[in-house]
Write a protein that binds this ligand. Structure first.
Ligand code: UDX
Ligand code: UDX
Length: 464
């Protein structure tokens, strides 16, 4: 099957960059990305490429190259579905906040709406690709909706999970470790659909990196990959607490164990806890599925990864309060970083939100600086927690134009995102303008502790 037109529903952190790279690498395929959110689409179409809604190194250049040629952003969902041979679904699947499975199961309402919309509009055979991370066996539900409410046309459902990490999305897409495509490989039609999607990626990814499986293996592999990665972070964070008690240094331990080629060096950086839209949500999903099959030990095993992560965040804020003589009331605490990791403006599940919330409960005044996160975002993240009124959040939190302003007059600094620029600041100048003693709580083990201590800071890092 020769694919010439594809569309993607959802112009978010996954849909936007993924489609931009497909468009760049496959100039003969017309790629249309649609979204219900008009403001988001307008920003993707903004003449000034710096205004696109997602900050990712290298993304602006790719969008500038392909946009208007074979990459289009639109709110006309129906037209895009009608014209496309392959439809990627890349809408968000947040953790349910109501009803059965609340706080654990994935909310599939957007996925179902997409499926119903596709069924209603499709007048010829379509390949529907799950790009969103979904609970195992969601494809079955999508298929049932498509077949039962459709116009009699044939649908093939594939699972093609995205493994890009934010901040390195473009590189991850251009040079992926593997592409995973799950489909109904037992039937000729299913195999044909799998081959069609393989051929799209084969334009730039070598075939030995394109893995095909059945649908359920593909869906479960995505959840498992994220659970394993998150587990590594929780494992090293657990060791960080033990290091603090024993005098071992977690960075040294991580290096020593990471050089074991069976363990490997990645995802061993102790931190103030993992964040991001995926890890917690996907593990909760795994826990929920396990419980629903009565596999309580399996569920408990994975849930512990999240319990450890919550503990690490709480431990960090408790330590700030304890170190600042057991009171932070009315003290200014500067936050360097709000995003859940560097090189992204995404703040979903960022540890900074929870640390801020804890400290505001202790009546601290928080001054935030993050090079990519807006004031509106910081405040809406806190409001979303619903711990106190929006008015109250605004009383305790301010956003600074730069790090020097955030730290001016502060009692302490909490480093919460590992932005490269933080390392190059004039730390002497920052110190001179702070209350004394001046503390740095380095939640990312980012800064040179020796240098800071020489200046006069009381420096604390995680796990040493
Ligand atoms: C993705 C995946 O889809 C999710 O499953 C994965 O686990 C995390 O990453 P992401 O791209 O990060 O989500 O989400 P987001 O940036 O929120 O983008 C989703 C977009 O879909 C939003 O712009 C939203 O407006 C749009 N949307 C949602 C629709 O266009 N239609 C809908 O019915 C629902
Ligand atoms: C993750 C997966 O890596 C990606 O494959 C999947 O598609 C989506 O989820 P992402 O959430 O973008 O990607 O970021 P990731 O780099 O995995 O980091 C997640 C969190 O773990 C961040 O808060 C990061 O700071 C933290 N982390 C990561 C650590 O604390 N220590 C580490 O060693 C690595």
């Amino acid at each position: 099957m020769n694919i010439t037109k594809i569309c993607c529903i959802g112009a978010g952190y996954v849909g936007g960059p993924t489609m931009a790279v497909i468009a760049q690498k496959c100039p003969e395929i017309q790629v249309t990305v649609v979204d219900l959110n008009e403001d988001r689409i307008n920003r993707w179409n903004d003449a000034d490429i710096r205004n696109i809604p997602i900050y990712e190194p290298g993304l602006g250049e790719i969008v500038a190259e392909a946009r208007g040629r074979n990459l289009f952003f639109s709110t006309d969902v129906e037209k895009a579905i009608d014209e496309a041979q392959v439809i990627f679904i890349s809408v968000n699947t947040p953790t349910k906040t109501y009803g059965s499975g609340k706080g654990m199961a994935a909310d599939l309402k957007y996925i179902e709406l997409c499926a119903r919309q596709i069924a209603r509009i499709a007048k010829d055979d379509k390949i529907v690709v799950e790009k969103s991370t979904l609970p195992v066996r969601t494809a079955e539900a999508i298929k049932s909706i498509l077949d039962k409410t459709g116009n009699g046309v044939q649908f093939q459902i594939l699972s093609n999970p995205e493994f890009l990490a934010e901040g390195t999305a473009v590189q991850d897409l251009i040079n992926p470790d593997r592409i995973l495509i799950g489909g109904d490989n037992q039937t000729a039609e299913g195999q044909k659909a799998i081959d069609a999607v393989v051929d799209i990626y084969a334009n730039w990814v070598s075939k030995d990196r394109i893995l095909t499986t059945n649908v359920w293996s593909s869906e479960l592999s995505k959840l498992t990959a994220n659970a394993f990665l998150a587990q590594r972070v929780s494992s090293i964070n657990a060791i960080s607490e033990l290091c603090e008690k024993t005098g071992a240094d977690v960075n040294e331990v991580a290096k020593a164990i990471g050089m074991d080629s069976r363990i490997g060096s990645k995802f061993l950086k102790a931190s103030v806890g993992f964040g991001g839209s995926c890890f917690q949500k996907d593990i909760l999903n795994l826990v929920y599925i396990s419980k629903s099959f009565g596999l309580n030990e399996v569920a408990d095993y994975w849930e512990q990864v999240i319990i450890m992560n919550d503990h690490q965040k709480r431990r960090f804020s408790n330590n700030i309060v304890k170190t600042l003589y057991n009171t932070v009331s009315d003290k200014k605490i500067a936050f360097l970083g709000w995003a859940f990791k560097k090189d992204t403006n995404d703040t979903r599940e960022s540890s900074a939100i929870y640390i801020a919330n804890d400290l505001i409960n202790e009546q601290a005044k928080i001054a935030v600086f993050d090079p990519q996160v807006t004031e509106k975002q910081v405040l809406s993240d806190l409001d979303y927690l619903d711990t106190r009124s929006a008015e109250s959040n605004r009383k305790y939190v301010s956003i600074a134009a730069n790090a020097y302003e955030a730290c001016h007059g502060a009692h302490a600094i909490a480093v919460l995102t590992e932005w490269d620029e933080f390392v190059n600041y004039d730390w002497q100048k920052i110190y001179d303008n702070m209350q004394k003693p001046a503390f740095v709580f380095d939640g990312r083990n980012l800064l040179n502790g020796k240098e800071l201590t020489q200046i006069g800071f009381v420096y604390q890092t995680i796990g040493s």
